[in-house]
Design a protein around this ligand. Structure first.
Ligand SMILES: N=CN[C@@H](CCC(=O)O)C(=O)O
Ligand SMILES: [Zn+2]
Length: 412
């Protein structure tokens, strides 16, 4: 099956396959081709270039993209998309002035979602989750990471991971699964956190790894949740079983989580709302991708990740939604990109790089998605007619997407 996109106003994020992520000043460069064509053969990007050099191709389908932009789909490297029910009553508490931690302390938060999930059947959880997955694909997401962490018992964590596996099997979007047993300490272990950490290490990790249900291991490394010591023990155990670290750090407290992530060669360290200069120093010369989650900062009214300071210091940065019922009940990457520009002072080029090529790297998918590169999946966004790509973050809240393609197949 050959699909030819022709007369593309501008083809964005055109890269050689040697580029796996971009950092510092290079984040402000977005390579593009104006007046371009792109050829997809059997779901894979097979050729592209300037329209005037377009070869005489016999295609099964020709898409005229006059006035429109074509770009890789968004890569959302941090979500909790599989969950049960919602927490909009906590939203009211929040409006009335309670903080995230105060809501958690009065029985809300992650434990509230865990209770709901434990009471939900696997089929029902799948049905609820697939609606969200379809929603985000229609919003232009073409690769996604999904975490467990609302089970908090062996049985329910496995249930979540099996739902993620089923989504992987049934949808064309690449999905990476992360085991986040260490998301919160369940009530039964309130006075015995060590007992829960032991359960994660001795029972959950071996079973998850043996069943091949996750690629990554995550910990909510935060005051009141899991300490540096807990985090290191869990990452160590995960790594022994072949799970790669990808962790929640510095959401409310900077107390060594970034250092623990880099020490264990984490693929990414995520959140980073609270950053000390030494955290930025630690990330320099590491292979760990920092990931910012502006939807969470927006929703909880907490600081935004200091993107400007980090990029100006030469670091790379990825952007993700953190789609979850408690701190970011939205999986809309378009909103994330706008918020990154408006609130974090990222340029449109930086935000698009952070949401595509760097996001792909942050979930180990840099060989498959994240740029317009020969050999990568034809996971593509075709915009409506727009004046320039800066219009995408500028026109926040309104969709500029006309069509989304996964492996060359039109989804919307
Ligand atoms: N911070 C920890 N985990 C999620 C929130 C989970 C929840 O509140 O349900 C996050 O990444 O923001
Ligand atoms: Zn998260």
């Amino acid at each position: 099956m050959r699909i030819l996109f022709k007369n593309i106003k501008e083809l964005l994020q055109v890269r050689d396959k040697t580029v796996v992520f971009v950092s510092g000043k290079a984040m402000n460069e977005l390579p593009t081709i104006k007046k371009a064509y792109l050829l997809v053969i059997d779901g894979i990007i097979s050729d592209f270039g300037m329209m005037k050099n377009c070869p005489d191709i016999v295609a099964d389908e020709v898409i005229d993209a006059t006035g429109k932009m074509l770009l890789p789909t968004w890569c959302d490297s941090h979500t909790h998309l599989v969950y049960s029910g919602h927490r909009e009553h906590e939203f009211i508490d929040k409006i009335k002035g309670l903080s995230y931690q105060e809501i958690a302390n009065k029985g809300g938060g992650i434990l509230n979602s865990a209770k709901k999930l434990q009471e939900t059947s696997e089929d029902e959880l799948y049905e609820q989750s697939k609606i969200r997955l379809e929603e985000v694909i229609a919003l232009g997401t073409g690769a996604i990471e999904i975490k467990s962490g609302y089970g908090l018992t062996l049985e329910s964590e496995l249930k979540m991971l099996r739902v993620i596996k089923r989504l992987k099997q049934n949808y064309a979007i690449p999905i990476k699964a992360t085991f986040l047993g260490a998301h919160a300490v369940p009530n039964e272990y309130k006075n015995n956190k060590k007992g829960y950490v032991d359960l994660i290490i001795d029972e959950m990790i071996p079973l998850v790894a043996e069943a091949g249900l996750a690629e990554y291991i995550d910990v909510f490394c935060e005051a009141g949740y899991f300490s540096i010591e807990d985090t290191e023990l869990i990452l160590e155990a995960g790594k022994k079983q072949g799970l790669i670290p990808k962790i929640h750090v510095n959401q409310f407290t900077s107390f060594g989580g970034v250092q623990a992530g880099v020490k264990y060669n984490a693929l990414s360290v995520d959140h980073l709302e609270e950053m000390r200069d030494e955290d930025i120093e630690t990330l320099k010369n590491s292979n760990t991708m920092p990931v910012a989650l502006p939807g969470c900062s927006f929703f909880l009214s907490i600081p935004y990740t200091p993107a400007r300071k980090m990029i100006d210091a030469g670091l790379p940065l990825a952007l993700a939604t953190d789609y979850n019922p408690g701190s970011s009940p939205s999986g809309n990457m378009n909103f994330v990109i706008s918020t990154a520009c408006i609130k974090m002072k990222m340029t449109p080029e930086e935000a698009i790089n952070a949401a595509t090529i760097n996001g792909a790297y942050a979930m180990g998918l840099e060989k498959e998605v994240g740029s317009i590169t020969v050999g990568k999946k034809a996971n593509l966004i075709l915009t409506k007619p727009i004046s320039s790509y800066g219009f995408i973050p500028y026109a926040f809240g309104s969709s500029q997407i006309e069509k989304v393609f996964l492996k060359g197949t039109e989804i919307i």
